[in-house]
Design a protein around this ligand. Structure first.
Ligand code: F6P
Ligand code: MG
Length: 459
């Protein structure tokens, strides 16, 4: 087997990491500071105000250090005492040969560290422990996704009624529907807030809806969906459970729910479990509490005055499955630890990896959503793009975990491409007037659907 390649780094001008650290992160940090200030202004609690000022100072210092390319510090003992999983970052820092800086460190590690640092700056203040620094942004963007939300609610209600009356539905038709709803959930990942930091309402809406999806079908550059479909059907119905390792709240979460409702209504699966983050993460990621807010927002007749019938039908359906426990939400510290997903293994007993490994042994399919999760699956390493997916996920390839990654490409790492395709994509991106052809891979315009059965053998 070939040597494992190095990770992507923040000082490589051909990597999306380069502009991420220099331009995207500062914007995200400034935006979060503004949200703290807004929360502060809304409150008349003097202690909260005083603590809020400390948070603002912490964020300003972080911004300054980032711009200067300062070295990253370990988390202090008192920070680790407050949130023990921060120790995972200190563990990794000890293993790195060079002390990482904000402008030259390993991209994946440094990006995860950034969100944990922001989190501890906030959580170190007792009055702010439940404050989600990105909540405003998540909800506001969901509100702007009105057209896409309504279009899907109409589609879902019509189909759900059909599924309830016509029994049984031929497997061929179900497989076409499966493809359609996977597609919805896949392209739902294109509207991620950390990437669309400057997006207009039109930008967001242009990425949602049937028309946008149809245009993008040819942009799925690795597609293992038929294998995932076979896997689904191979498990007896009573044992069929799908796990989603979730990505973003808002519109993407809604598309994941649409896919789940289809699977449950069509009796393709018995249970669905959503795995959420335990803290604000990568701006838009989903926490368990975001589900409650989602229901509230969907019911908000000021935000969504039209098509109430379809929207209420959607909410009632998901609540029904939540009440029967066929739909559940859980969370784990593992997802926001410093560890990549090669650590989903029995020996990772410190941060939740072993527990999740065990839990996924009974899963029919673990659908891993989005870009950051894909980077953690592949170690965010500089794999040749023709590397088979199973070769890039280390021991997960033999873990007995059936993984289906649904990801629009928003970073440099990408595997599973046929010979010659990468060269064409680079050329094509340059021909569109972009200076660095390699950056096609972080434009969010292409996507992969990659499967591993967890039973890889070389024979
Ligand atoms: O830098 C690329 C990026 O914005 C990272 O922050 C992260 O990998 C990702 O894209 C966020 O996207 P997603 O929500 O799909 O994980
Ligand atoms: Mg995300």
């Amino acid at each position: 087997m070939a040597a494992i390649p190095d990770v992507y780094r923040l000082n490589d001008p051909k990597s999306f990491a380069y502009s991420t650290a220099r331009s995207r992160w500062p914007k995200i940090i400034v935006q979060s500071k503004q949200d703290v200030l807004a929360h502060l202004k809304d409150s008349d609690d003097p202690q909260l105000a005083k603590q809020g000022e400390i948070i603002v100072k912490g964020i300003e210092l972080l911004l300054q250090e980032l711009k200067e390319g300062a070295s990253i510090r370990s988390f202090t003992d008192s920070e680790v005492a407050l949130i023990p999983s921060l120790q995972s970052y200190n563990d990794v820092l000890l293993t790195l040969k060079e002390k990482p800086t904000w402008l030259s460190g390993p991209w994946l590690f440094t990006e995860c560290y950034l969100y944990r640092l922001l989190d501890i700056i906030v959580k170190s203040q007792s009055k702010w422990v439940n404050f989600d620094i990105f909540e405003n942004l998540k909800r506001e963007t969901f509100k702007s996704s009105k057209l896409g939300i309504i279009e899907l609610a109409i589609r879902y209600k019509k189909l759900s009624k059909e599924l309830k009356v016509s029994t049984p539905i031929e497997s061929e038709k179900l497989s076409i529907l499966f493809e359609e709803f996977i597609d919805i959930s896949l392209w739902g990942n294109a509207t991620d807030l950390s990437l669309l930091a400057n997006a207009t309402l039109e930008d967001i809406q242009s990425r949602q809806g049937k028309e946008a999806r149809e245009k993008s079908a040819k942009n799925i550059i690795d597609n293992d969906l038929p294998e995932a479909w076979s896997r689904l059907l191979s498990v007896p119905f009573e044992e069929r459970r799908i796990d989603f390792v979730l990505d973003n709240a808002g519109f993407e979460f809604y598309t994941d729910l649409v896919l789940s409702l289809f699977l449950l209504d069509a009796k393709l699966v018995k249970n669905v479990v959503f795995h959420c983050k335990t803290r604000p993460w990568m701006v838009s990621d989903t926490m368990v509490k975001d589900y409650k807010l989602f229901l509230e927002d969907m019911r908000n007749t000021d935000w969504f005055p039209d098509h109430r019938n379809e929207l209420d039908y959607f909410v009632d359906s998901i609540e029904h499955y939540h009440n029967t426990k066929q739909f559940q939400l859980v969370d784990s510290e593992f997802w926001t630890s410093a560890l990549d997903y090669w650590n989903l293994k029995p020996s990772e007993t410190k941060y939740g990896g072993a527990e999740l490994y065990k839990y996924f042994q009974d899963s029919t399919l673990v659908i891993v959503k989005g870009d950051l999760n894909y980077r953690k699956l592949t170690g965010d390493r500089q794999w040749p793009k023709t590397t088979p997916f199973v070769d890039a996920i280390d021991q997960l390839a033999t873990s007995n975990i059936h993984i289906l990654a649904l990801r629009t490409c928003k970073a440099d790492v990408c595997v599973g491409l046929p010979d010659g395709l990468e060269e064409k994509l680079i050329e094509n991106w340059k021909n569109q007037g972009n200076e660095v052809g390699e950056l096609w891979c972080s434009s969010g315009k292409w996507a992969v659907i990659s499967y591993s059965s967890g039973h890889f053998t070389t024979n």
